[in-house]
Write a protein that binds this ligand. Sequence first.
Ligand SMILES: [Zn+2]
Length: 75
Amino acid sequence: MIQKIEKEILEMLACPACRAAVSQAEVDGNSELVCAGCARRYPIQDGILVMLVEEARGGPATGDPGAATSRERSS
Ligand SMILES: [Zn+2]
């Protein structure tokens, strides 16, 4: 289910890692916020935006082992 974040709210948000602006994107049917600065992707889980660096996917040289296999679990 895609939740659209209000433009005004998006404009107030900033990446917690690098403070760059974020934009909303849909990936595999999931809504995420993508950072324009570091390319981290913040998930929106059950309509709740999770803007935590620890929960972000992608980004520069995080060494995140889940980054390459970030497909949603189908179990
Ligand atoms: Zn960032």
